[in-house]
Design a protein around this ligand. Structure first.
Ligand code: NAP
Ligand code: ZN
Length: 363
């Protein structure tokens, strides 16, 4: 297999790694824009960042208006504040929503977008970014993707460029101490999906596979612990590191139709991103087992289980499933078949195949 591996993000991990590396923040200028959601004020990440910036004599403004599934209007408002306050760098604190929004804000603060952000050719000039995840799921802290709600196309669309990689990421599981169980499960399943989809990608290679296997080893152990109601400081850190490893995977491989189908569940029904992937992944893997049995067997080995047991474990974590009409599932299959990640999968999936996966997931 021919492949390229590239993740230019400095990663610091462990307890108090934000406060312990004030020098990293000092590198990027005297004025920061902090991009975050409402929970960061409670989980301790915002106060750690503010105290580091104050210790360094750096000024900051706070943009904390990022909703789940960030919109174009939100990132435009954040970019306006960045310009107004003369921000020289961006600190992102939160789950995938604030971390993705921060990337778009850092880009819009420096580049004029004429027309549609989704067709804008992203240049090199982007404010430097430092990312602090407070969920263990998206891996956005080590990817070059920012996923925004695209109302014109009624889906979620990724903007992507090498300049959207953060400069550094800080992994401290203590910020997830009060993360609700439902969000812990959803985000962990997003990370599992990233590692599995990375192994199903036509761009998979020896390095991304190694990261995906280690990610799944960490995540599968912690998913079992979550099932037993067991959440310790070590398990939060393991989840976070598993999710970051999976982010490094998709930064190189991209995702597959699991994400393509999931976007409709999120756009039309507000189903959380990770839950959408968790609902779809077992049925998709079953279809892969029929199309590419050897590769699917390797993935099951990395998951440490067979597909049926995996499916049962995921179902137990997700609880009762949403219901959709046949017409809705047909429409979502048609939309997913148009997504570029269909071509990114080692197995070929027709629109009818995707409809079959959706039917099985919501039978
Ligand atoms: P999220 O939308 O960022 O956050 C979900 C919820 O969790 C929010 O209500 C958030 O509150 C809360 N929350 C976050 N951290 C918390 C904490 N430590 N304690 C308590 N509550 C906390 O969810 P996510 O699953 O992390 O991110 C999903 C987004 O990432 C989607 O838009 C998805 O498309 C995108 N994504 C991006 C990539 C990528 O490579 N860039 C990959 C996969 C997914 P507040 O926000 O109000 O603080
Ligand atoms: Zn995802």
């Amino acid at each position: 297999m021919n492949y390229r591996y590239f993740v230019p993000v400095e990663v610091y991990g462990g307890e108090d790694c934000v406060c312990g590396h004030a020098g990293v923040f000092a590198r990027y200028g005297g004025r920061a824009l902090i991009v975050t959601g409402k929970s960061s004020a409670k989980n301790g990440a915002l106060s750690d960042v503010c105290s580091v910036l104050e210790r360094n004599g750096q000024r900051y403004a706070i943009f904390d208006a990022v909703p789940q599934n960030p919109t174009v209007a939100c990132v435009e408002a954040g970019a306006a504040l960045a310009r107004e306050t003369g921000a020289q760098f961006v600190v992102a604190i939160g789950g995938g929503s604030p971390m993705d929004a921060a990337k778009a804000i850092a880009m819009l603060a420096r580049q004029d977008v004429k027309g549609n952000i989704f067709s804008h050719e992203i240049g090199e000039d982007v404010l430097p970014m430092l990312h602090i995840p407070t969920t263990a799921g998206t891996g956005s802290e080590v990817t070059q993707y920012a996923i925004l709600t695209n109302d014109e196309k009624q889906t979620k669309t990724s903007i992507s460029a090498p300049s959207l990689f953060p400069k550094a990421a800080f992994l401290d599981g203590k910020y997830m101490r009060d993360l609700p169980l439902e969000i812990t499960v959803n985000t962990a399943l997003d990370a599992v999906s990233h590692a599995v989809e990375g192994m199903l990608s036509v761009r998979a290679g020896a390095l991304s596979d190694a990261l995906a296997r280690e990610s799944l080893r960490l995540l599968r152990g912690e998913l079992a612990a979550i099932g037993r109601g067991d959440r310790t400081a070590l398990s939060r850190q393991n989840l976070l590191e598993g999710a970051t490893l999976a982010g490094m995977v998709i930064a190189n491989t991209g995702t597959t139709p699991v994400h393509g189908m999931g976007y409709s569940l999120t756009y039309f029904h507000g189903i959380a991103h990770g839950r959408a992937n968790g609902l779809l992944l077992p049925s998709f893997l079953k279809a892969c087992a029929r199309k590419i049995p050897e590769r699917t067997a390797q993935i099951c080995a990395a998951l440490g289980t067979d597909i049926n047991s995996f499916s049962e474990k995921v179902a137990a974590l997700l609880g009762p499933r949403e219901r959709f009409t046949e017409g809705e599932l047909r429409a979502y299959a048609a939309r997913a078949a148009q997504n570029k990640n269909v071509k990114n999968c080692l197995a070929e999936f027709s629109q009818e195949d995707l409809f079959g996966v959706l039917c099985e997931a919501f039978a």
